[in-house]
Design a protein around this ligand. Structure first.
Ligand SMILES: [Zn+2]
Ligand SMILES: [Zn+2]
Length: 96
């Protein structure tokens, strides 16, 4: 993994959980989740196609890995890639 990707993943984790933010829980400590879109079973997406999710929304019963991606997206009304885009906009959108 490149040091730039490592730095990016650190920023994403520090950004907090993307779902908690959307549902009004504010900033909660997050893990880095790789969006599954566009990759086959057993493969992992680019280290740039990531978003922050708290342990519950990541690996818990109400999380993306607990529910599965499609059910997770239905439950929270947002796609993985939308969460990735929102994360990138928060982290880098203000930079010119
Ligand atoms: Zn969360
Ligand atoms: Zn994950």
């Amino acid at each position: 993994m490149s040091s730039a990707a490592k730095r990016h993943m650190g920023r994403v984790a520090a950004d907090g959980c993307a779902i908690c933010r959307r549902i009004g829980y504010g900033h909660t400590p997050a893990e880095v989740h790789h969006a599954r879109d566009g990759v086959g079973a057993g493969q992992r997406n680019s280290d740039w196609i990531v978003t922050g999710l708290c342990p519950e929304h990541h690996r818990g019963a109400n999380g993306v890995h607990g529910l599965g991606v499609r059910a997770f997206e239905r439950t929270y009304g947002v796609t993985e890639l939308e969460l990735v885009a929102e994360t990138l906009e928060r982290l880098y959108g203000a930079q010119q």
